[in-house]
Design a protein. Structure first.
Length: 125
């Protein structure tokens, strides 16, 4: 996935109305633009603008049958974003594991230093 594609997808889902439209399309399948406009109490123009952003990001497709425009969700880009987040998650898990190792080594070294200091101090203990 190219950075541009990822940016377009994330930009498209950054808007709560578009996220809601996408969720509705996923749950209910293809819907007419007029149906979506009615459900969201929005003008056809406003819904169309949101749909165009989703289409540009590849998150929605449009089928035209005469004057009827059916909008359908496409989750392939979502899978790509999920894979990207998975890569980030793996990187952070490795970094956190390494941080845990460093912390454990530091704790063991600190415990040894305290034990050695007590041995060297005749008044301790």
């Amino acid at each position: 996935m190219q950075d541009h594609d990822l940016s377009e997808i994330l930009k498209a889902v950054s808007d709560p109305t578009r996220r809601s439209l996408l969720t509705t399309l996923v749950q209910e399948g293809p819907l007419r633009v007029t149906e979506l406009a009615g459900r969201y109490a929005m003008s056809l123009n406003a819904v169309s603008k949101h749909i165009k952003v989703l289409e540009a990001a590849g998150l929605a497709t449009r089928r035209t049958m005469g004057r009827v425009h059916l909008i359908e969700a496409n989750l392939d880009p979502v899978r790509s974003v999920d894979a990207w987040f998975g890569e980030l998650r793996s990187i952070w898990e490795l970094r956190l594991d390494r941080l845990g190792e460093v912390f454990s080594e530091g704790t063991r070294n600190n415990e040894r230093s305290v034990t050695d200091a007590k041995k060297d101090d005749p008044g301790a203990g």
